[in-house]
Ligand binder design. Sequence first.
Ligand SMILES: *Cc1c(COP(=O)(O)O)cnc(C)c1O
Length: 476
Amino acid sequence: MYVQTKARTKLITDAEATRVPETDIPEELRRRFLNIPNLPESEVIRHYTRLASMNFGVDNGPYPLGSCTMKYNPKYADRVSSLQKFTDVHPYQDESTTQGILEIMYDMERKLASIAGMDSVTLQPAAGAHGEFTAMLMVKAYHKKNGGERDEVIIPDSAHGTNPASAAMVGYKVIEIPSAKDGSVNVDALKAAISPRTAAFMLTNPNTLGIFDRNIKEIAKIVHDAGALMYYDGANLNAIMGVTTPGDMDFDIVHFNVHKTFAAPHGGGGPGSGPVGVKKELAQYLPSPIIKKTKNGYSLRDNGKLSIGKVRAFYGNVNVILRGYAYILRMGSEGLREATVRAVLNSNYLKELIKDVYDVPYGSLKKHEFVASAARLKKEKGVRALDVAKRMIDFGIHPPTIYFPMLVDESMMFEPTEDCSAEDLDRMADVLIQIANEDPKTVLGAPYNSSVSRVDETKAAKDSVFSTRYLRKKRQ
Ligand SMILES: *Cc1c(COP(=O)(O)O)cnc(C)c1O
């Protein structure tokens, strides 16, 4: 463990740290013998290697899980974030000893601000949804200061579920508006819903259908004229990075998903990073602390009395931020733009290859992802999106996101990121077409080549077993 001495933080052994004689510790708080198997290293390594091989990750093959941006995680970023100079730093250290990491985080804030066309950024939130929640707290603080009695947030029906959840957690009433025929924001529905009660409009552009909203300037004007704020869900930043910015589209607040756009590993509930960027009028509401650059160096400071306060114990998930920072530096602004251009090209290429077999509603030109439908297959052969997804596993391709967004029947949302090669995309299309032509019995029984065959979805969700200890308890 670490202890803070006057001069620095020092690593001490557990024995040194034990100052309290064990007899003084109440019985129920004392360390107990852990009932875990005592095994040789060889068996432990074999066990975990076997478990790892049962999983599917970006190192195994294409991973077109829509909305999640499962791009390849470059190994240089892992190397950077695991440098001992970073892993040994502790947030309780004196600031004079943490200037390096503070400088990096300060620079990361500047880089994210520039990518999004915002003025200030906080790295504090731990994931995208946490960023949304933080931003909604700021929206609330902004209206409180400006005397507005606003209790509604408008969200289109194509939005990610975290948007309404975040608004509701802050106490807002969620007003859902339907999409227009082409999948973009229904401007008339927005005009009908907006009022002096509206606090914010939450939108991702391009939206979850991969459609870029051409009316964005008009939409922003409608929202601003009503005194409300424009919130940008940045999960789809991989479609616009280096080409345009939420700032140019007149958004006021943005969240980033560093683990998506900037290639840090995620999924399985792993660590994330959800910075929030704002235009300067909102900077005073950012959570405390903020990183200040002074003539004496960098310092974490309170952000004043209008700040929403802390949203996390320490300033950001540093190991994710470091990976994202390494990625941004290595790519450069040209590289980031190129990633976007390729991601958009890959998405449209795959869509063209499969659109005669799986209908792709809502317009023809997509951004970095598109939503196809298995509705025709279901009608003709009883094969659903879920069955197609399960069968893809047998071919070593991760399934797309299914049944989201909900406005497409039997939806399959594909996001083949920029790291998919032309061969990957051709093969993915061949596999999808082959599945559509297979005997339905084969598809309905899939997967066959995975370590776990088809599970009972309802039972898996309602009756999950998380550990051997949990299993033992259940069996008693
Ligand atoms: C992933 C995602 C989120 C939530 O982000 P997390 O980092 O998973 O919390 C929000 N909106 C959209 C569109 C997303 O794809």
